[in-house]
Design a protein. Structure first.
Length: 328
């Protein structure tokens, strides 16, 4: 599918050969060929077989329930992909796969997909909890290294690359979401990775700026969670009108306060109404708060606006952070 000149294949079929990823120009710029190729692959594993380019049917007998599909593997390392080309690939491949397997969900360059990944992770935690309850109720559970990684700020050093404030807020919102979703699962501790990252050592997973040691939004949201919640708090039944857009979890703390943790899962503003709430204090972590501790706002009425990836905690107090809001 790639124009790469004369291909030479090893005479020994057992020989390792990484020369397959050559070429930077597609043989079919319309991407029909690449879309058909992935459609056949999925048909082979999901629908029992596929029909090839010559009209011959190949039977596999496979009917596997594939849930997630990663669109290409390490595209930044092969074929000199640009973001524009990858997006075209992504659109062509996902459209073709949806035709034959509409339930498959895709892994790609989307911030909001991280919340779905966390849902899948939490589902596994719930299953482990069930096994624990049956076989060893006294066992304690904790997990660590919750975080997000940017391709350009992982183990690679990209000269001149600066991580945006928006990224830190989004990453913080992912951790806050894990906290909210697991706080009722009898988990002893969850840990956020990592304190100090720097270029070449997962800079995008850091909680502080390696140049100044100033905290970022990931640190501030963790700080806000620790100050507002503790062991013994009670979870209250909470429903939201649009779970895809934001997540809400209400608590009654050990000292009797009512708090509501709000997390904006998108890059858009959302205004929502909180039933039985008319006044409170909001603690907010978002892009405007930067490396500073959460800011506090007085909220009048029952409406609250969440900025992109905001975190808030309202009890008769309200916390908001672009990634995270608490309302009391």
């Amino acid at each position: 599918m790639w124009i790469s000149g004369q291909n030479k294949y090893p005479s020994d079929v057992n020989e390792i050969d990484f020369r397959y990823n050559q070429g930077t120009q597609l043989r079919d710029p319309s991407m029909t060929e690449i879309a058909d190729y992935y459609r056949r692959i999925v048909n082979w594993y999901v629908n029992g077989g596929f029909t090839d380019e010559c009209g011959t049917y190949h039977y596999s007998g496979h009917h596997w329930p594939i849930e997630l599909w990663e669109v290409l593997n390490e595209p930044e390392l092969e074929h000199q992909f640009t973001p524009e080309l990858y997006n075209k690939f992504y659109d062509a491949i996902t459209a073709a796969i949806r035709e034959v397997a509409p339930k498959i969900r895709f892994v790609g360059e989307q911030a909001t997909s991280s919340f779905q990944q966390m849902d899948d992770f939490i589902l596994q935690v719930q299953k482990i909890n069930q096994v624990r309850a049956r076989l060893n109720p006294g066992m304690r559970i904790g997990f660590g290294e919750i975080g997000t990684i940017l391709q350009k700020a992982g183990i690679h050093i990209t000269p001149g690359y600066v991580i945006s404030d928006e990224y830190w807020v989004w990453s913080a919102s992912v951790f806050a979401y894990v906290f909210a979703k697991t706080s009722g699962l009898d988990i002893d501790a969850i840990a956020q990775s990592q304190l100090d990252g720097y270029p070449g050592q997962f800079e995008s997973v850091s909680m502080v700026d390696y140049r100044t040691a100033e905290p970022n939004a990931r640190y501030r949201v963790l700080e806000m969670l620790q100050k507002n919640f503790q062991a013994g708090d009670k979870l209250l039944n909470t429903t939201s009108a649009d779970e895809k857009a934001y997540h809400a979890q209400a608590y009654r703390t050990v000292d009797g306060q009512r708090k509501l943790l709000l997390i904006n899962k998108t890059a858009q503003n959302h205004t929502l109404t909180i039933s039985s709430f008319n006044q409170g204090q909001a603690q907010i972590c978002d892009v405007s708060s930067g490396s500073n501790p959460h800011r506090t706002e007085i909220v009048q009425g029952d409406e609250i606006t969440l900025t992109p990836f905001c975190n808030r905690d309202p009890h008769s107090q309200l916390l908001k952070a672009r990634p995270l809001k608490f309302v009391k």
